[in-house]
Write a protein that binds this ligand. Structure first.
Ligand SMILES: Cc1cc2nc3c(=O)[nH]c(=O)nc-3n(C[C@H](O)[C@H](O)[C@H](O)COP(=O)(O)OP(=O)(O)OC[C@H]3O[C@@H](n4cnc5c(N)ncnc54)[C@H](O)[C@@H]3O)c2cc1C
Length: 446
Protein backbone atom coordinates (compact mmCIF):
# COMPACT_ATOMS: atom_id res chain seq x y z
CA UNK A 1 0.00 0.00 0.00
CA UNK A 2 1.30 3.47 -0.89
CA UNK A 3 2.53 5.59 2.04
CA UNK A 4 0.61 8.79 2.79
CA UNK A 5 2.25 11.96 4.06
CA UNK A 6 1.25 12.77 7.63
CA UNK A 7 1.88 15.92 9.68
CA UNK A 8 1.12 19.54 8.78
CA UNK A 9 1.42 19.76 5.02
CA UNK A 10 1.86 23.08 3.22
CA UNK A 11 1.50 23.23 -0.56
CA UNK A 12 2.12 25.92 -3.19
CA UNK A 13 -0.91 28.21 -3.26
CA UNK A 14 -1.59 27.83 0.49
CA UNK A 15 -1.52 31.19 2.31
CA UNK A 16 1.21 29.78 4.57
CA UNK A 17 3.41 28.64 1.65
CA UNK A 18 5.76 31.61 1.31
CA UNK A 19 6.65 31.71 5.00
CA UNK A 20 6.90 27.93 5.10
CA UNK A 21 9.35 27.66 2.22
CA UNK A 22 11.64 30.57 3.07
CA UNK A 23 15.04 29.98 4.67
CA UNK A 24 17.25 32.55 6.41
CA UNK A 25 19.27 33.08 3.23
CA UNK A 26 16.97 34.63 0.62
CA UNK A 27 19.55 34.43 -2.15
CA UNK A 28 18.49 32.06 -4.94
CA UNK A 29 15.06 31.19 -3.45
CA UNK A 30 13.70 27.69 -3.85
CA UNK A 31 10.11 26.54 -4.42
CA UNK A 32 9.39 23.09 -2.99
CA UNK A 33 6.43 21.04 -4.21
CA UNK A 34 5.42 20.41 -0.57
CA UNK A 35 6.65 21.09 2.93
CA UNK A 36 5.71 18.62 5.62
CA UNK A 37 6.01 19.89 9.19
CA UNK A 38 6.43 16.60 11.07
CA UNK A 39 4.74 16.39 14.47
CA UNK A 40 6.05 13.01 15.58
CA UNK A 41 8.51 10.32 14.58
CA UNK A 42 6.05 8.42 12.41
CA UNK A 43 5.53 11.54 10.24
CA UNK A 44 9.27 11.49 9.52
CA UNK A 45 9.18 7.79 8.62
CA UNK A 46 6.18 8.41 6.35
CA UNK A 47 7.83 11.41 4.71
CA UNK A 48 10.99 9.49 3.81
CA UNK A 49 9.03 6.47 2.53
CA UNK A 50 6.66 8.78 0.57
CA UNK A 51 9.55 10.65 -1.10
CA UNK A 52 11.26 7.37 -2.01
CA UNK A 53 8.11 5.72 -3.39
CA UNK A 54 7.33 8.75 -5.54
CA UNK A 55 10.98 9.25 -6.56
CA UNK A 56 10.79 12.84 -5.25
CA UNK A 57 13.87 14.86 -4.41
CA UNK A 58 13.71 15.81 -0.74
CA UNK A 59 15.62 17.74 1.90
CA UNK A 60 15.65 17.73 5.69
CA UNK A 61 15.20 20.99 7.57
CA UNK A 62 15.40 22.24 11.16
CA UNK A 63 16.41 25.82 11.92
CA UNK A 64 16.66 26.97 8.23
CA UNK A 65 20.19 28.40 8.65
CA UNK A 66 22.05 26.50 5.92
CA UNK A 67 24.29 29.06 4.19
CA UNK A 68 23.75 27.35 0.82
CA UNK A 69 20.12 26.41 1.44
CA UNK A 70 20.89 22.70 1.43
CA UNK A 71 17.71 22.22 3.47
CA UNK A 72 15.31 23.27 0.69
CA UNK A 73 14.77 22.03 -2.85
CA UNK A 74 12.84 23.12 -5.94
CA UNK A 75 9.77 20.99 -6.72
CA UNK A 76 10.63 18.36 -4.12
CA UNK A 77 9.61 17.63 -0.54
CA UNK A 78 10.98 19.54 2.45
CA UNK A 79 10.85 17.38 5.58
CA UNK A 80 10.75 19.99 8.32
CA UNK A 81 11.23 18.94 11.96
CA UNK A 82 10.89 22.37 13.60
CA UNK A 83 7.56 21.48 15.21
CA UNK A 84 9.18 18.50 16.96
CA UNK A 85 11.03 20.53 19.56
CA UNK A 86 10.60 19.04 23.06
CA UNK A 87 13.50 19.30 25.48
CA UNK A 88 13.39 16.91 28.46
CA UNK A 89 15.99 17.24 31.18
CA UNK A 90 17.08 14.41 33.46
CA UNK A 91 18.44 16.38 36.40
CA UNK A 92 20.18 13.54 38.34
CA UNK A 93 22.12 12.38 35.26
CA UNK A 94 22.54 15.93 33.88
CA UNK A 95 21.41 14.74 30.47
CA UNK A 96 18.90 16.21 28.04
CA UNK A 97 16.75 14.51 25.42
CA UNK A 98 16.16 17.00 22.63
CA UNK A 99 13.73 16.57 19.73
CA UNK A 100 15.68 17.37 16.58
CA UNK A 101 13.60 20.37 15.54
CA UNK A 102 14.39 22.40 18.67
CA UNK A 103 16.35 25.59 18.21
CA UNK A 104 19.21 26.62 20.49
CA UNK A 105 17.01 29.14 22.33
CA UNK A 106 14.66 26.37 23.44
CA UNK A 107 17.57 24.17 24.47
CA UNK A 108 19.41 26.89 26.44
CA UNK A 109 16.27 28.25 28.13
CA UNK A 110 15.02 24.82 29.21
CA UNK A 111 18.40 23.71 30.55
CA UNK A 112 18.89 26.99 32.39
CA UNK A 113 15.85 26.23 34.58
CA UNK A 114 17.98 23.44 36.05
CA UNK A 115 21.23 25.40 36.13
CA UNK A 116 22.62 23.40 33.21
CA UNK A 117 24.13 24.24 29.83
CA UNK A 118 24.94 22.52 26.57
CA UNK A 119 27.97 24.09 24.87
CA UNK A 120 26.56 25.19 21.52
CA UNK A 121 26.29 28.18 19.18
CA UNK A 122 25.31 31.70 20.07
CA UNK A 123 22.27 32.59 17.94
CA UNK A 124 19.04 31.27 19.48
CA UNK A 125 17.38 30.56 16.12
CA UNK A 126 19.99 28.03 14.91
CA UNK A 127 18.67 24.45 14.81
CA UNK A 128 20.27 22.09 17.31
CA UNK A 129 20.43 19.12 14.91
CA UNK A 130 22.08 20.98 12.01
CA UNK A 131 24.56 22.59 14.38
CA UNK A 132 25.48 19.39 16.23
CA UNK A 133 25.84 17.23 13.13
CA UNK A 134 28.50 19.62 11.81
CA UNK A 135 30.29 20.09 15.16
CA UNK A 136 28.90 23.10 17.02
CA UNK A 137 31.15 25.93 18.19
CA UNK A 138 30.38 28.73 20.64
CA UNK A 139 31.44 30.63 23.73
CA UNK A 140 31.85 27.46 25.84
CA UNK A 141 33.95 25.56 23.28
CA UNK A 142 37.38 26.06 24.83
CA UNK A 143 36.16 24.98 28.25
CA UNK A 144 33.89 22.05 27.36
CA UNK A 145 34.45 21.22 23.68
CA UNK A 146 32.11 21.11 20.71
CA UNK A 147 28.38 20.40 20.86
CA UNK A 148 28.94 17.05 19.13
CA UNK A 149 31.39 16.08 21.90
CA UNK A 150 28.37 16.02 24.21
CA UNK A 151 26.28 13.57 22.18
CA UNK A 152 25.28 10.35 23.92
CA UNK A 153 22.57 9.04 21.62
CA UNK A 154 20.93 9.87 18.31
CA UNK A 155 17.68 8.54 16.88
CA UNK A 156 17.71 8.55 13.11
CA UNK A 157 15.34 7.64 10.30
CA UNK A 158 17.34 5.90 7.57
CA UNK A 159 16.55 4.31 4.21
CA UNK A 160 15.48 0.66 4.26
CA UNK A 161 15.61 -1.52 1.15
CA UNK A 162 14.45 -0.19 -2.22
CA UNK A 163 11.74 2.22 -1.02
CA UNK A 164 11.27 2.04 2.74
CA UNK A 165 12.38 3.82 5.89
CA UNK A 166 13.48 2.57 9.28
CA UNK A 167 14.48 4.05 12.62
CA UNK A 168 17.77 3.28 14.32
CA UNK A 169 19.28 4.24 17.68
CA UNK A 170 22.88 5.26 17.47
CA UNK A 171 25.34 5.38 20.35
CA UNK A 172 29.06 4.79 20.88
CA UNK A 173 28.21 1.08 21.33
CA UNK A 174 25.44 0.67 18.75
CA UNK A 175 26.02 1.67 15.11
CA UNK A 176 29.30 3.10 16.31
CA UNK A 177 30.34 4.28 12.82
CA UNK A 178 27.13 6.25 12.33
CA UNK A 179 27.58 7.80 15.78
CA UNK A 180 31.12 8.83 14.80
CA UNK A 181 29.76 10.37 11.56
CA UNK A 182 27.09 12.32 13.49
CA UNK A 183 29.89 14.09 15.36
CA UNK A 184 30.91 16.50 12.63
CA UNK A 185 30.02 14.69 9.38
CA UNK A 186 27.44 17.35 8.52
CA UNK A 187 23.64 17.44 8.30
CA UNK A 188 21.50 15.75 5.68
CA UNK A 189 24.05 13.08 4.72
CA UNK A 190 23.01 9.82 6.35
CA UNK A 191 19.45 10.03 7.62
CA UNK A 192 16.93 12.22 9.40
CA UNK A 193 17.81 12.75 13.04
CA UNK A 194 14.65 12.85 15.16
CA UNK A 195 16.14 13.03 18.65
CA UNK A 196 19.49 13.77 20.29
CA UNK A 197 20.55 12.99 23.84
CA UNK A 198 23.32 15.13 25.31
CA UNK A 199 25.33 15.31 28.49
CA UNK A 200 25.29 18.83 29.92
CA UNK A 201 27.23 20.90 32.45
CA UNK A 202 26.21 22.81 35.56
CA UNK A 203 26.51 26.54 34.98
CA UNK A 204 25.81 29.66 37.01
CA UNK A 205 27.11 33.20 36.53
CA UNK A 206 29.60 34.00 33.81
CA UNK A 207 31.70 37.08 33.11
CA UNK A 208 31.58 38.68 29.69
CA UNK A 209 33.47 41.44 27.93
CA UNK A 210 33.19 43.68 24.90
CA UNK A 211 36.18 45.73 23.72
CA UNK A 212 36.18 48.07 20.75
CA UNK A 213 39.02 49.68 18.80
CA UNK A 214 39.31 51.96 15.76
CA UNK A 215 39.64 50.38 12.31
CA UNK A 216 43.18 51.79 11.98
CA UNK A 217 44.32 49.55 14.85
CA UNK A 218 43.28 46.38 12.97
CA UNK A 219 46.76 44.97 12.36
CA UNK A 220 48.11 45.29 15.85
CA UNK A 221 44.83 44.24 17.53
CA UNK A 222 44.71 41.17 15.30
CA UNK A 223 48.27 40.17 16.16
CA UNK A 224 47.64 40.57 19.87
CA UNK A 225 44.30 38.73 19.81
CA UNK A 226 45.55 35.72 17.84
CA UNK A 227 48.59 35.37 20.08
CA UNK A 228 46.36 35.42 23.15
CA UNK A 229 42.85 34.08 22.49
CA UNK A 230 43.62 30.41 21.66
CA UNK A 231 46.18 30.13 24.50
CA UNK A 232 44.63 31.98 27.44
CA UNK A 233 42.68 30.23 30.24
CA UNK A 234 40.43 27.52 28.72
CA UNK A 235 37.49 28.96 30.63
CA UNK A 236 37.65 31.97 28.31
CA UNK A 237 36.42 31.78 24.71
CA UNK A 238 36.44 34.92 22.60
CA UNK A 239 35.71 36.28 19.15
CA UNK A 240 37.19 39.07 17.07
CA UNK A 241 35.00 40.94 14.60
CA UNK A 242 36.64 42.96 11.84
CA UNK A 243 34.09 45.21 10.16
CA UNK A 244 34.07 47.18 6.90
CA UNK A 245 36.22 50.31 7.21
CA UNK A 246 33.10 52.50 6.96
CA UNK A 247 32.01 51.12 10.37
CA UNK A 248 35.28 52.11 12.03
CA UNK A 249 35.15 49.34 14.60
CA UNK A 250 37.11 46.24 15.54
CA UNK A 251 35.33 44.36 18.32
CA UNK A 252 36.29 41.51 20.60
CA UNK A 253 33.64 39.73 22.66
CA UNK A 254 34.25 36.97 25.14
CA UNK A 255 32.81 34.81 27.88
CA UNK A 256 34.70 33.60 30.93
CA UNK A 257 33.30 30.97 33.27
CA UNK A 258 34.71 32.61 36.37
CA UNK A 259 34.85 35.90 38.23
CA UNK A 260 34.94 39.37 36.74
CA UNK A 261 38.05 40.08 38.80
CA UNK A 262 39.94 37.23 37.15
CA UNK A 263 38.61 38.23 33.71
CA UNK A 264 40.04 41.74 34.17
CA UNK A 265 43.44 40.11 34.71
CA UNK A 266 43.06 37.83 31.72
CA UNK A 267 42.15 40.51 29.17
CA UNK A 268 45.02 42.81 30.19
CA UNK A 269 47.24 41.87 27.20
CA UNK A 270 44.46 42.84 24.80
CA UNK A 271 43.97 46.25 26.35
CA UNK A 272 47.52 47.14 27.27
CA UNK A 273 48.97 46.58 23.84
CA UNK A 274 46.22 48.42 21.94
CA UNK A 275 44.35 51.33 23.51
CA UNK A 276 40.63 50.60 23.07
CA UNK A 277 37.90 53.18 22.54
CA UNK A 278 35.46 51.18 24.66
CA UNK A 279 35.72 48.44 27.29
CA UNK A 280 32.68 46.82 28.90
CA UNK A 281 32.64 44.02 31.44
CA UNK A 282 29.77 42.36 33.25
CA UNK A 283 29.02 39.43 35.47
CA UNK A 284 25.71 37.85 34.47
CA UNK A 285 23.61 34.73 34.88
CA UNK A 286 24.60 32.45 31.95
CA UNK A 287 21.22 32.83 30.19
CA UNK A 288 21.54 36.63 30.16
CA UNK A 289 24.97 36.56 28.53
CA UNK A 290 23.29 35.85 25.20
CA UNK A 291 21.82 39.37 25.20
CA UNK A 292 25.38 40.55 25.20
CA UNK A 293 26.35 38.56 22.14
CA UNK A 294 23.17 38.47 20.05
CA UNK A 295 21.57 41.24 18.01
CA UNK A 296 18.42 42.19 20.01
CA UNK A 297 16.49 42.43 16.72
CA UNK A 298 17.12 38.70 16.17
CA UNK A 299 17.96 37.07 12.90
CA UNK A 300 15.88 38.24 9.95
CA UNK A 301 15.95 36.53 6.55
CA UNK A 302 18.29 38.39 4.20
CA UNK A 303 20.43 37.92 1.10
CA UNK A 304 23.86 36.77 2.22
CA UNK A 305 27.08 35.04 1.29
CA UNK A 306 29.25 33.47 3.95
CA UNK A 307 32.25 31.21 3.86
CA UNK A 308 35.05 30.27 6.18
CA UNK A 309 38.31 28.56 6.98
CA UNK A 310 40.46 27.57 9.92
CA UNK A 311 43.73 29.09 11.09
CA UNK A 312 46.16 26.41 12.24
CA UNK A 313 49.00 28.88 12.67
CA UNK A 314 48.96 32.56 13.52
CA UNK A 315 48.13 34.60 10.40
CA UNK A 316 51.33 36.44 9.37
CA UNK A 317 51.41 40.21 8.80
CA UNK A 318 50.90 39.69 5.04
CA UNK A 319 47.63 37.85 5.67
CA UNK A 320 46.39 40.46 8.13
CA UNK A 321 47.10 43.19 5.56
CA UNK A 322 44.99 41.29 3.02
CA UNK A 323 42.01 41.26 5.38
CA UNK A 324 42.47 44.97 6.05
CA UNK A 325 42.59 45.74 2.33
CA UNK A 326 39.41 43.77 1.68
CA UNK A 327 37.61 45.61 4.47
CA UNK A 328 38.81 48.94 3.06
CA UNK A 329 37.19 47.97 -0.25
CA UNK A 330 34.12 46.18 1.11
CA UNK A 331 30.96 46.07 -1.02
CA UNK A 332 28.93 47.60 1.82
CA UNK A 333 28.79 48.22 5.60
CA UNK A 334 27.70 44.64 6.39
CA UNK A 335 30.95 43.04 5.20
CA UNK A 336 32.90 41.49 8.05
CA UNK A 337 35.52 38.93 8.98
CA UNK A 338 34.75 37.08 12.17
CA UNK A 339 37.02 34.81 14.14
CA UNK A 340 36.49 32.58 17.13
CA UNK A 341 39.23 31.16 19.33
CA UNK A 342 39.52 27.37 19.47
CA UNK A 343 42.10 25.23 21.28
CA UNK A 344 41.34 24.15 24.85
CA UNK A 345 38.88 21.24 25.07
CA UNK A 346 38.26 21.29 21.28
CA UNK A 347 41.85 20.19 20.65
CA UNK A 348 41.85 17.57 23.39
CA UNK A 349 39.90 15.18 21.14
CA UNK A 350 41.93 13.42 18.44
CA UNK A 351 41.27 14.38 14.81
CA UNK A 352 40.19 10.81 13.99
CA UNK A 353 38.00 10.28 17.07
CA UNK A 354 35.07 12.20 15.63
CA UNK A 355 34.16 13.20 12.08
CA UNK A 356 34.92 16.84 13.01
CA UNK A 357 38.39 17.13 11.54
CA UNK A 358 39.73 20.58 12.42
CA UNK A 359 40.60 19.81 16.05
CA UNK A 360 44.05 21.33 15.93
CA UNK A 361 43.03 24.69 14.48
CA UNK A 362 43.67 27.75 16.64
CA UNK A 363 40.85 29.80 15.21
CA UNK A 364 37.78 29.48 13.01
CA UNK A 365 37.49 32.35 10.58
CA UNK A 366 34.32 33.41 8.77
CA UNK A 367 33.83 35.80 5.82
CA UNK A 368 30.42 37.49 5.67
CA UNK A 369 28.46 39.91 3.63
CA UNK A 370 24.79 40.63 3.00
CA UNK A 371 22.89 42.86 0.60
CA UNK A 372 19.39 44.08 -0.20
CA UNK A 373 19.04 44.24 -4.01
CA UNK A 374 19.56 41.42 -6.48
CA UNK A 375 21.98 43.58 -8.53
CA UNK A 376 24.39 43.68 -5.57
CA UNK A 377 24.67 39.87 -5.35
CA UNK A 378 27.55 39.44 -7.77
CA UNK A 379 29.85 41.98 -6.16
CA UNK A 380 29.16 40.65 -2.66
CA UNK A 381 29.69 37.02 -3.61
CA UNK A 382 32.88 37.85 -5.44
CA UNK A 383 34.16 39.73 -2.41
CA UNK A 384 33.75 36.67 -0.18
CA UNK A 385 35.13 34.23 -2.75
CA UNK A 386 38.17 36.40 -3.53
CA UNK A 387 38.86 37.07 0.16
CA UNK A 388 38.79 33.36 1.01
CA UNK A 389 41.06 32.62 -1.95
CA UNK A 390 43.61 35.26 -0.96
CA UNK A 391 43.62 33.99 2.63
CA UNK A 392 44.25 30.38 1.49
CA UNK A 393 48.05 30.51 1.90
CA UNK A 394 47.50 31.30 5.60
CA UNK A 395 44.41 29.19 6.37
CA UNK A 396 43.09 25.65 5.91
CA UNK A 397 39.82 23.98 5.05
CA UNK A 398 36.37 25.17 6.03
CA UNK A 399 33.79 24.32 8.68
CA UNK A 400 31.08 22.06 7.18
CA UNK A 401 28.46 24.18 8.97
CA UNK A 402 29.67 27.13 6.87
CA UNK A 403 29.28 25.42 3.50
CA UNK A 404 30.30 27.23 0.35
CA UNK A 405 29.54 25.96 -3.16
CA UNK A 406 32.52 27.84 -4.55
CA UNK A 407 34.94 25.50 -2.71
CA UNK A 408 35.93 22.92 -5.33
CA UNK A 409 37.75 20.49 -3.09
CA UNK A 410 35.07 20.60 -0.40
CA UNK A 411 35.60 17.00 0.84
CA UNK A 412 39.15 17.87 1.88
CA UNK A 413 38.16 21.31 3.12
CA UNK A 414 35.39 20.04 5.42
CA UNK A 415 36.60 16.58 6.33
CA UNK A 416 40.33 16.22 5.60
CA UNK A 417 41.46 12.63 6.18
CA UNK A 418 38.11 11.71 7.72
CA UNK A 419 36.37 11.81 4.33
CA UNK A 420 37.26 8.20 3.49
CA UNK A 421 35.64 6.83 6.65
CA UNK A 422 32.61 9.07 6.09
CA UNK A 423 32.18 7.46 2.67
CA UNK A 424 32.39 4.01 4.29
CA UNK A 425 29.62 4.97 6.72
CA UNK A 426 27.57 6.41 3.85
CA UNK A 427 27.98 3.25 1.80
CA UNK A 428 26.79 1.13 4.73
CA UNK A 429 23.83 3.24 5.81
CA UNK A 430 22.67 4.83 2.53
CA UNK A 431 24.11 2.74 -0.32
CA UNK A 432 21.54 4.03 -2.84
CA UNK A 433 22.51 7.65 -2.07
CA UNK A 434 18.99 8.61 -1.10
CA UNK A 435 20.29 11.55 0.96
CA UNK A 436 21.88 13.71 -1.67
CA UNK A 437 22.57 17.40 -2.29
CA UNK A 438 25.32 19.46 -3.98
CA UNK A 439 27.94 18.71 -1.33
CA UNK A 440 26.63 15.49 0.23
CA UNK A 441 28.95 12.60 1.02
CA UNK A 442 28.82 10.08 -1.84
CA UNK A 443 28.82 6.31 -1.29
CA UNK A 444 31.78 4.49 -2.87
CA UNK A 445 30.17 3.34 -6.08
CA UNK A 446 28.93 6.86 -7.07
C1 LIG B 1 23.05 33.51 11.90
C2 LIG B 1 23.81 32.24 12.07
C3 LIG B 1 24.50 32.00 13.25
C4 LIG B 1 25.23 30.81 13.40
N1 LIG B 1 25.92 30.60 14.56
C5 LIG B 1 26.64 29.47 14.71
C6 LIG B 1 27.39 29.23 15.91
O1 LIG B 1 27.40 30.05 16.83
N2 LIG B 1 28.10 28.07 16.00
C7 LIG B 1 28.11 27.15 15.00
O2 LIG B 1 28.76 26.12 15.16
N3 LIG B 1 27.41 27.34 13.86
C8 LIG B 1 26.69 28.48 13.69
N4 LIG B 1 26.00 28.70 12.53
C9 LIG B 1 26.06 27.68 11.47
C10 LIG B 1 25.02 26.59 11.76
O3 LIG B 1 25.57 25.66 12.66
C11 LIG B 1 24.65 25.85 10.47
O4 LIG B 1 24.08 26.78 9.58
C12 LIG B 1 23.70 24.69 10.75
O5 LIG B 1 23.75 23.79 9.66
C13 LIG B 1 22.29 25.20 10.94
O6 LIG B 1 21.37 24.19 11.17
P1 LIG B 1 19.81 24.54 11.02
O7 LIG B 1 19.03 23.37 11.48
O8 LIG B 1 19.53 25.86 11.62
O9 LIG B 1 19.66 24.77 9.44
P2 LIG B 1 18.92 23.95 8.30
O10 LIG B 1 19.08 24.81 7.09
O11 LIG B 1 17.55 23.59 8.68
O12 LIG B 1 19.81 22.64 8.18
C14 LIG B 1 21.19 22.71 7.95
C15 LIG B 1 21.71 21.37 7.42
O13 LIG B 1 21.46 20.35 8.38
C16 LIG B 1 20.57 19.36 7.85
N5 LIG B 1 19.63 18.99 8.91
C17 LIG B 1 18.85 19.82 9.63
N6 LIG B 1 18.12 19.11 10.49
C18 LIG B 1 18.46 17.82 10.34
C19 LIG B 1 18.03 16.60 10.93
N7 LIG B 1 17.09 16.57 11.87
N8 LIG B 1 18.59 15.45 10.51
C20 LIG B 1 19.55 15.44 9.55
N9 LIG B 1 19.98 16.55 8.94
C21 LIG B 1 19.44 17.74 9.33
C22 LIG B 1 19.91 20.02 6.66
O14 LIG B 1 19.47 19.08 5.70
C23 LIG B 1 21.00 20.93 6.14
O15 LIG B 1 21.90 20.21 5.34
C24 LIG B 1 25.26 29.86 12.35
C25 LIG B 1 24.55 30.11 11.18
C26 LIG B 1 23.85 31.30 11.02
C27 LIG B 1 23.13 31.55 9.73
Amino acid sequence: MATELTGRIVLPGDPAYDKARENLNLYQPKFPGAIVFCQEEKDVLHALAFAREKGLPFRVRGGRHSYQNFSIVDNGLVIDLSEMNDVTVNVPTKTAKVSAGADLGKVYNTLWKYGLALPAGTEFSVGVAGLTLGGGIGYLSRLFGLTCDHLLKVKMVVPKGEKGADIIEVTREQHNDVFWACCGGGGGNFGIVTELTFRTHPIDNVSVFKIEWEFDQLESVYETWQGWAPFTDDKLTSTLELHAKSQNVIRSLGQFVGSKKRLIELIKPLIQENKPKKVQLASLPFNKAFNYFNDPAGNKPSFFKRSGSFGYKPIPKRGIKIMKRFLEHAPNDSAAIWQQSLGGAVSEVETKDTAFYHREALIAQEYNTSWTNEEEARENIQWVVALRKQMRPYTDGDYVNWPDLSIRDWPKAYYGENFHRLREVKTAVDPLNVFTFQQSIPPFHE
